[in-house]
Design a protein. Structure first.
Length: 124
């Protein structure tokens, strides 16, 4: 978020075709993370072009900020932060380490957005 405020839109446009992602370099396709930084930069600069990039990570950011606010509010009221679901995931991964193979399934919605916006992400 702070990086998005520091970066300016012309910087994002200047480096739009710079290939840094190994997946993209190998396949020519955007990965699930491609376009996220530019989406944040455009969003925090008030530019609607964030919708032409991987805007789905903004939804994750909103969810994390909301969860953090809820955790702070619970902590201030003397209750413990809402860590239950995170503990469940950690315990499940500890019991069944093969569940890590499901990570690509979790990334599918983000990849779908990146592929849908591939023209802008790839600079075409």
């Amino acid at each position: 978020m702070i990086a998005s405020w520091v970066l300016w839109t012309p910087i994002a446009e200047q480096h739009a075709t710079l290939v840094i992602c190994p997946f993209r370099a190998a396949t020519g396709l955007p990965c699930p993370f491609c376009g996220a930084t530019r989406a944040f930069v455009y969003f925090f600069n008030g530019d609607g072009r964030f919708l032409h990039y991987n805007w789905s990570w903004l939804l994750v950011w909103v969810a994390v900020v909301a969860w953090g606010a809820a955790a702070v509010a619970r902590r201030r009221s003397g209750r413990s932060p809402p860590l239950g679901p995170l503990r469940g995931v950690a315990a499940a991964l500890k019991e069944r380490p093969r569940l890590i193979a499901l990570v690509p399934l979790v990334l599918l919605p983000f990849w779908a957005v990146a592929l849908a916006n591939a023209g802008a992400i790839l600079g075409h």
